[in-house]
Ligand binder design. Structure first.
Ligand SMILES: C[S@@+](CC[C@H](N)C(=O)[O-])C[C@H]1O[C@@H](n2cnc3c(N)ncnc32)[C@H](O)[C@@H]1O
Length: 279
C-alpha cells in the first residue's frame, strides 16, 4: 500500500506532469533556473513512473526559463498592486502561489480541468485567500465566480496552444470585458512551434494536439480590443534565459539565423483598462 496520489491523466491535462517533472529536476541542479523546491516535493507525493514521460534533465530550461520569467513579471504586478486578484489559468501542478507567497491583499485563483484540480488538492496544502477553480478555461461560466472589484493579473502559461484560435480569442475578450483593469501574462507558440508539434515528446506522449499559433503580438492585439502590449520576448531573449545551460546558450546563437525557430516560443505581457500612473 502507498499513500501517494495516483495519476490518471490524458491529453492536454497530462502535459503538466512534464512541466512539473522538469521543474523538480531543475531544483536539484547546482545552478537551478527556477529552484522550485515545491515541485521536487510534489513529485514525491505522486504515484507515477516518471520515465514514462520520456524526458531528461537537459530539457529543463525549456520550462524553467518560462516559469522564472512569469514569476518575475507576476511579482512586479503584485508589487504594484498589493490589493488585487490573480487568476492562474492552466495552473497544472505549478507552485507559483507558494513561490510568490502573495500578501494579505491578494485573492489567488488556480484554474485547470477538474481532474488536475483534484490532484492539486491531494498534494498541496490550502492557504488563506487561495481558491481552486475546476473548470475548462473556455467555459464562460467560471469567470462569473471571480470578483471583478480589483485589478486582475491573468496568467496563462503553457495553455494557449491547447486552445483553438476561436476559443482562445473568445476567452481573452471575455477577460478584458469582465475586469476593469489588469494584466494578461501569456505565452504562445508561433506557426513553426505548432507545425513541428509531432517532434515534441510532451505532445506525442500525452496524445495532445496543439492548435493556436501566434506569430507576433499584433495577432492578439488585432483580435482583442482593449489590450495594450507591455512586452514580448522569445524564449531565447527572456530575462531569465542567462541561467540556462550552455547547450541552450549555444542554440541561442545558432537560431539567430533562423527567425521562425528563434521565435517559436514567445512570452507576452499585456495591460488593459485605464493607464495607471504609480508615483
Ligand atoms: C503544459 S501544462 C502547463 C502547466 C503549468 N502552467 C506549468 O507551466 O507547469 C498545460 C496545462 O494547461 C491545462 N489546460 C489545457 N487546456 C485547458 C483548458 N481548456 N482549461 C483549463 N486548463 C487547460 C492542462 O490541463 C495543463 O495543466
Amino acid at each position: 500500500m502507498t499513500d501517494k496520489a495516483s495519476v490518471d491523466l490524458h491529453g492536454a491535462a497530462q502535459t503538466m506532469l512534464t512541466t512539473l517533472y522538469l521543474k523538480a529536476l531543475d531544483a536539484d541542479f547546482d545552478r537551478p533556473v527556477l529552484g522550485d523546491r515545491y515541485a521536487r516535493e510534489a513529485i514525491g507525493r505522486l504515484e507515477y513512473d516518471w520515465s514514462d514521460l520520456g524526458i531528461t534533465r537537459r530539457w529543463a530550461p525549456l520550462v524553467t526559463v518560462r516559469s522564472a520569467q512569469y514569476d518575475l513579471w507576476a511579482a512586479q504586478f503584485l508589487a504594484a498592486h498589493p490589493e488585487s486578484t490573480v487568476v492562474h489559468m492552466g495552473c497544472g501542478l505549478d507552485s507559483r502561489v507558494f513561490r510568490l507567497d502573495p500578501g494579505p491583499g491578494v485573492q489567488w485563483y488556480d484554474l485547470d480541468y477538474p481532474a488536475v484540480i483534484a490532484l492539486r488538492e491531494k498534494i498541496y496544502p490550502t492557504r488563506p485567500r487561495y481558491h481552486l477553480v475546476p473548470a475548462s478555461a473556455t467555459d464562460p461560466a467560471w469567470l462569473d465566480r471571480i470578483p471583478a472589484d480589483r485589478p486582475v493579473l491573468v496568467l496563462a502559461e503553457g495553455i494557449s496552444m491547447y486552445l483553438t484560435e476561436h476559443d482562445g480569442v473568445a476567452l481573452l475578450r471575455r477577460i478584458v470585458d469582465r475586469f476593469p483593469s489588469g494584466e494578461l501574462q501569456i505565452d504562445f507558440y508561433n506557426w513553426f512551434g505548432i507545425r513541428t508539434q509531432k517532434t515534441h515528446t510532451l505532445v506525442r506522449r500525452s496524445g495532445s494536439t496543439l492548435y493556436w499559433a501566434v506569430n507576433r503580438p499584433g495577432d492578439v492585439l488585432s483580435q482583442v480590443p482593449g489590450l495594450r502590449l507591455l512586452c514580448a520576448v522569445p524564449f531565447f531573449d527572456a530575462s531569465t534565459f542567462h541561467r540556462a545551460s550552455r547547450a541552450f546558450r549555444v542554440a541561442r546563437r545558432l537560431t539567430r539565423v533562423v527567425p521562425p525557430v528563434r521565435r517559436s516560443l514567445q512570452y507576452h505581457r499585456y495591460a488593459f483598462g485605464p493607464v495607471m500612473l504609480h508615483r
